[in-house]
Design a protein around this ligand. Sequence first.
Ligand SMILES: [Zn+2]
Ligand SMILES: [Zn+2]
Length: 376
Amino acid sequence: MPPDLGIPNSDSALGGSGTAPAEPWANPLETALWCAAQGWPVHPLAPGRKTPAPNCADCRDRPHPAQECPCIPAGHWCHGFHAATTDPSVLTAWWRRQPRFGVGVSCGPAGLVVIDVDAHPAPLPTPDRLLPGIHIPDSVCLDGLRHGFHSLAVLAALRGRPDPAQDGTTLRVRTPSGGLHVWYTTRPGQEWRCSTGSGASRALAWQVDIRSHGGYIIAPGTRTVSGRYTALDGARRPAPLPGWLGAELERTGHRPVPPGPRGGSPTPVPSRARAAVVAARGGRDSAARALATVLAAVTECAAVPQGAGFTEKLNRAAFTAGGLVGAGRMAADAAEAALMAAATHARPGQERRCLAIIRSGMGAGSRRPLDLGERR
Ligand SMILES: [Zn+2]
Ligand SMILES: [Zn+2]
């Protein structure tokens, strides 16, 4: 008999829709101060947006590592989560300047790991990408599986554990797009890396992202143009990460990168990045060559940790890939995988940022199908 995976529908999955008790986050400044009081470093988000408040002109026009930025010690918010602080006087000054800033929490230094469940209806991925590393027996019926709530529920069911999306013992925040952030604390000394569940690198489950070191999460109470991040009934503070989820994160490669030398010598392009370039071939060598050329510019940034124009090169590569996809010369999935492999090789630990650049670049490029100047 096929196991009952109890795939919930996304509405009932979140528990009652009753009115929540009074929240400690009445306005953005109070939210920021409340987060800081939990020991969570906070940084501002552009009003109404999910993205960090913009850098100053210097930091925008002359890219440099956050570690070398004079703005941050001077109390400016440049470099997104790198500027996050728990200092109430700095936070008060920031939100006095712009009361409509949203609130971002820098997950890693806060000792947080957040399970970010998406609810975007999308075609099912191939079975190996649904729960990477887990063989789903044919006897398991996946009918009705449509988004991240389902893939996470299937993972929990296969492990015989409660569904984290239903975990009322921890802080859960409903996102404006119908997704859910399940907040957990890490143990002292325990670190996790970010991932995107639909990306090409490590992933816990399809449409389930992990936010931790190298990423930030939007605080409850924050409002964007799409709506409000609203805490669900239940706990208002994160509970410790359940042991079984920790084991799953470990299994899926979310352990931290061991501190290692990142010297100036060129590192070889890993086979995964090369394989992705090959996989990106849509059967037409001119398309593969066009992509390989721009991808090479991205991977070469690995040798230059700063000032390499990485963002611009990745954006250009994504735009080119989008153009090839738009022209029907390449599959979007394969192109995205190739771009992510090249990007994570050049800038490990920045998957989230890279994926955003890739998606926006590919989106723009796909509206301008690339004519490679040959007869078809
Ligand atoms: Zn600056
Ligand atoms: Zn700077």
